[in-house]
Design a binder for this molecule. Structure first.
Ligand code: SF4
Length: 216
């Protein structure tokens, strides 16, 4: 099946999903949108009010900032894929509960497997913690982290950047380096051979420690 078909199927499942309490009272689910072959995937936390009305990710003020940041590096929304950790809006924009994240995660995992992006940009700490639990966003933002075959670039959430000038500045700087990360991601897409062997032979199913890259 073609990636666009798979993504459409996932979106249809999300729109009818009742796996967690967030489906109660939902206006519209927000599966995500963009290129099925995107090199860059951006993962936020959860839809907000505007997104739950439109059924599209990042369409409010934070989305306008995201559009500007993409434009500054020569990209449009149609060239990347934008989604969230959970696909339905939590009431009063509260943080998603761990059970809600766990219930929704399979959709994001399938989107990642389908698109196979070179880089996943996590927007905000919740999204970062899916890939690199316990990492402090203030310490790791803008630094590529290789984790289980994925290249993660943590960044502040655009909504947070709208509230604090220092975060806004950091987000702009981190975004400006994305083209460079993308270029170098090519050489980092294959795991080193010893990592392959270690994963195949190990009885330990705990995730390997994330490797922060010093190449950038
Ligand atoms: S947040 Fe995710 S798991 Fe929960 S109802 Fe919506 S689509 Fe389903």
């Amino acid at each position: 099946m073609k990636p666009e078909q798979v993504l459409r199927e996932i979106a249809a499942e999300v729109e009818a999903c009742t796996r967690c309490p967030l489906h109660v009272g939902r206006r519209r689910a927000v599966p995500g949108e963009g290129s099925p072959t995107a090199e860059i995937m951006l993962v936020g936390e959860a839809p907000g009010f505007y997104e739950s009305v439109a059924g599209r990710p990042f369409v409010g003020p934070a989305g306008q900032l995201l559009d500007r940041l993409l434009e500054q590096i020569g990209l449009s929304r149609q060239q990347v894929f934008i989604t969230n950790l959970v696909k339905c809006r939590p009431p009063r924009n509260r943080d998603p509960e761990p059970e809600e994240v766990a219930a929704c995660e399979p959709y994001l995992d399938r989107q990642i497997r389908t698109i196979q992006p070179k880089i996943i940009v996590t927007l905000g700490r919740h999204s970062l913690h899916k890939f690199v639990p316990h990492a402090k966003i203030g310490q790791v933002h803008g630094q590529p982290i290789r984790h289980q075959g994925l290249l993660i670039v943590p960044m502040y959430h655009p909504a947070a950047a709208l509230r604090a000038y220092s975060m806004h500045q950091a987000l702009e700087e981190d975004f400006a380096r994305l083209p460079q990360f993308l270029q170098q991601a090519e050489t980092l897409s294959e795991p080193p051979p010893d990592q392959d062997i270690a994963e195949d032979d190990s009885d330990d199913d705990s995730p390997p420690a994330p490797q922060q890259l010093s190449l950038f």
